[in-house]
Write a protein that binds this ligand. Sequence first.
Ligand code: SF4
Ligand code: SF4
Length: 309
Amino acid sequence: MTSFSTANLTTARPLVFDIKRHALEDGPGIRSTVFFKGCPLSCLWCQNPESIDPGPEIGFYPRDCIKCGDCVQTCPVSACALEDPFLIDRERCTRCGDCVEACPGRALRLIGRFYPVDELVDILLRDKIFYEVSGGGVTFSGGEPTLFMDYTSAVLKVLKDSGIHTAIQTNGFFAWEEFGEKILPYVDLIMFDVKLADAGKHREYTGQSNKPILTNLKNLLAERAEAVLPRIPLIPEFTATVENLRSISDLLKGLGVKKCSLLPYNPTWISKAENFGKNVDPRLSRHLLTPQELKKYRDIFSWSELVTF
Ligand code: SF4
Ligand code: SF4
């Protein structure tokens, strides 16, 4: 059992940065995916860089900027500058959102909104017919949905009562006892990320230890093996190395896993990170994996059913 707690990382009012309707890649069938803001890990390669910080953030989308200068005039702390490239001084910015209100082109957007449980459920149930005809449902993603156990649990319960298939995508860094009580009874599919087998590299590249994650994975497999789908992100030079993938493969095999997912790297996240003023580690690739690389990595998991959505 893990005595680890995320209590100091949670917020009472989780923010959602996107609700993707008619999603086809976040579990079986047609789904709605709810993306929370806030994550206890800070992976160098995070595909949703706007999801790490639990607070509201200002995104800048250069293609929509007409260089009118209204944001510069409006900002009460002079954090906007009409330089090339356009600059928000992220240290100075208080995230008040005044520039977003002033921007005529939606080049500046406030990311992160709180939805009361009833409102979120209402939105998710609008697509019930699509879930039913396709074998789909609702997926909670992020960020990290288990950072908000009470809120996520409340929404999951209503969805289960309505006969909806439910799934979560988790980094596995959660308090086991609380997860077992508030999430596990209401979720049909747990997509569980396994990034790095080496403890030192895991801490270096994600900011956290992999020890509680691997303990939670073992606990989950012991309790609900049929509901767990381990997912391995393929990040060139970081997770996608033969050494790391062989170690993860051996680990999963040893735990009796029968199926898993490999998540091919997609470099489009880099421009998204830049929109949010995040630094991108220069070691991260700006290219897709080649078919030969993908085959080499899939071959390491040839003992497993490889699930793709
Ligand atoms: S959010 Fe507020 S403080 Fe930040 S740049 Fe916009 S106006 Fe300035
Ligand atoms: S207000 Fe919006 S469109 Fe005008 S300069 Fe600022 S970011 Fe660009």
